[in-house]
Design a protein around this ligand. Structure first.
Ligand code: DGP
Length: 112
């Protein structure tokens, strides 16, 4: 069981900012921006590459939940960044699909 599954099961504490029947959003333990929230499906999909056609609706739900989190946390006006780290070179450290919502500062492009 991953850390995120344990957070979703309420076995580990987290600062939850948004919840729906399919999605949980909580603050990142090591924030990389003034606002840094992780939006995860409750269904344990390891990473984007492990999602299949049956997950298409859930992936859309995840994106819309990220936009809702950004709206709720006041990021909409100045903007924000969404990130998915997929696999080792992508920087993935927790093998449970999640979107990073980063905001509250100007992001650089390209990322380092
Ligand atoms: P990634 O590298 O994309 O797999 O992102 C994993 C993120 O999860 C990373 O930014 C740090 C965060 N994280 C790791 N452990 C915990 C935890 O126990 N609680 C919370 N809230 N975040 C965690």
């Amino acid at each position: 069981m991953t850390i995120f599954e344990r957070i979703i099961a309420r076995e580990l504490p987290a600062q939850i900012v948004h919840e729906t029947p399919e999605v949980l959003a909580f603050r990142d333990l090591h924030p990389q921006a003034p606002t840094h929230v992780l939006v995860a499906p409750k269904k344990p999909i390891a990473r984007l590459a492990a999602a299949g056609p049956a997950d298409a609706g859930l992936l859309g739900t995840l994106l819309l939940a990220a936009a809702e989190v950004a709206r709720k946390l006041g990021l909409e006006e100045n903007g924000y960044r969404l990130v998915i780290n997929n696999g080792a070179d992508g920087g993935e450290t927790v093998p449970h699909l999640h979107l990073h919502v980063l905001g509250g500062r100007r992001m650089e492009w390209p990322p380092g």
